[in-house]
Design a protein around this ligand. Structure first.
Ligand code: ZN
Length: 50
């Protein structure tokens, strides 16, 4: 199971990331948080998604 988190940047963008190596760049912390939650949810049920 994955545990995703986000890192916010000085320009207002944010990166969602996970220890499995997955990362996604987003325009806002809210969007990155949603992506991180979706990544965790998806990998709970589909480990082959990695
Ligand atoms: Zn992951």
């Amino acid at each position: 199971m994955c545990y995703a988190d986000i890192t916010t940047h000085a320009d207002g963008t944010a990166t969602a990331l996970c220890y499995c190596g997955w990362t996604e760049q987003h325009a806002s912390a809210d969007a990155a948080g949603a992506a991180a939650a979706a990544h965790q949810y998806a990998t709970e049920f589909d480990a082959a998604d990695h």
